[in-house]
Design a protein. Structure first.
Length: 225
């Protein structure tokens, strides 16, 4: 079995790549950065998913995990949404043995809490996921999205390493924790390999924050104008 993971060099993408390598999969990784993974079953491509012409021809993919994304930069829409569309459209057309597609969206897609372009890109991914789910269902492909809240990644260190902000986050988070990257990798495995009957769904996984107490904490961020 083979999986394609975008944004595979760091964070969630790297954790998921390592998880599937341990499961015996061949992993194709796309990233702007060089890979830190050393494994004979890992095949890395240094590329920009915004550029359709950089995407290699691959015709034996079973799972696509659309994970690549920026936060609060000028490329949020082009990379997070348009780049994801580029990848998905190319490989759903050329892979006859595709079984599952999973998108890494964000809890902000439904709460609206976070940076404007980032929120828009992630909300767009949820809508696009439903469109893909409809188009691929007749082929037996499951297609869903993860709406993650806080995850303990290096990119979130501006708040997780700030005691005052972290204390505020824990105070408003019902389960008093954030997800680890290993937890997220477990979700990816379940949704793409064990799930056979759920498709077109956006799963909110945020330790209860969005439904019970939706507040975004970040340096210099103000939720009200």
């Amino acid at each position: 079995m083979k999986i394609l993971i975008t944004g595979s060099s760091n964070g969630i993408g790297k954790a998921v790549a390592e998880k599937f390598l341990n499961l015996g999969y061949i992993v194709y990784g796309f990233d702007l950065e060089e890979s830190k993974i050393q494994n004979k079953n890992y095949i890395h491509f240094n590329l920009d998913i915004k550029n359709k012409n950089e995407l290699p021809d691959i015709s034996d993919i079973n799972i696509i995990f659309n994970n690549a994304g920026f936060q609060n930069c000028e490329d949020d829409i082009d990379n997070n949404l348009k780049g994801t569309i580029n990848v998905t459209e190319k490989y759903i057309k050329t892979n006859k043995n595709l079984k599952s597609i999973l998108f890494n969206a964000s809890a902000s897609a439904i709460t609206g809490q976070e940076f404007p372009m980032y929120v828009a890109s992630k909300a767009g991914i949820v809508g696009y996921m439903k469109n893909v789910a409809i188009r691929t269902a007749k082929k037996g492909v499951t297609c869903n999205a993860l709406l993650l809240g806080g995850v303990l990644t290096d990119s979130n260190k501006p708040v997780t390493n700030n005691k005052k902000m972290w204390d505020k986050i824990i105070k408003i988070t019902p389960l008093k924790k954030w997800a680890t990257m290993d937890e997220v990798a477990d979700w990816v495995e379940f949704l793409t390999t064990k799930n056979k009957s759920m498709s077109g769904q956006a799963l909110l996984i945020d330790n209860g924050e969005a439904q019970l107490n939706s507040t975004f904490v970040w340096p210099n961020y103000k939720s009200k104008t």
